[in-house]
Write a protein that binds this ligand. Structure first.
Ligand code: FES
Length: 121
């Protein structure tokens, strides 16, 4: 809830696309900075695996960032190592738990790999 009189400029729009067939894209508005894309997904009932609990120790929260990369916490070496172990890594691969929305506002768009393909890495 935003107190009256304060500007609401620090908000993101986050769009989730899905590789899994049958799932339609979901656009979420009014997302505050400071959350990871994994948290944003889970808070909105979007399934995204997170076997390590969001501490950059697996690769099951793997996703592709299509837009808004600059609004996210930078890729770390450790994250890159885990991305290498993900299924079908691409140049725009990230780990959802490491993609913290930075202070600011804007639009971020991601694609989630098929969540039925995971085999417990
Ligand atoms: S949940 Fe394990 S690396 Fe993100």
């Amino acid at each position: 809830m935003q107190p009256k009189g304060l500007s609401i400029t620090q908000m993101y729009t986050v769009k989730f696309n899905f590789e899994q067939s049958g799932l339609e894209p979901v656009t979420l508005e009014g997302i505050k900075p400071g959350y990871s894309l994994l948290e944003v997904a889970l808070m909105n009932d979007i399934e995204l695996h997170h076997n390590c609990g969001g501490v950059c120790a697996c690769s099951t929260c793997h996703l592709y960032v299509n837009k808004g990369e600059g609004s996210l916490e930078e890729l770390s070496d450790r994250e890159e190592d885990f991305i290498d172990r993900a299924v079908n890594p691409r140049l725009n691969s990230r780990l959802g738990c490491q993609c913290l929305l930075l202070e600011g506002s804007g639009a971020v768009e991601v694609t989630l790999p098929d969540q039925t393909q995971f085999l417990g890495e």
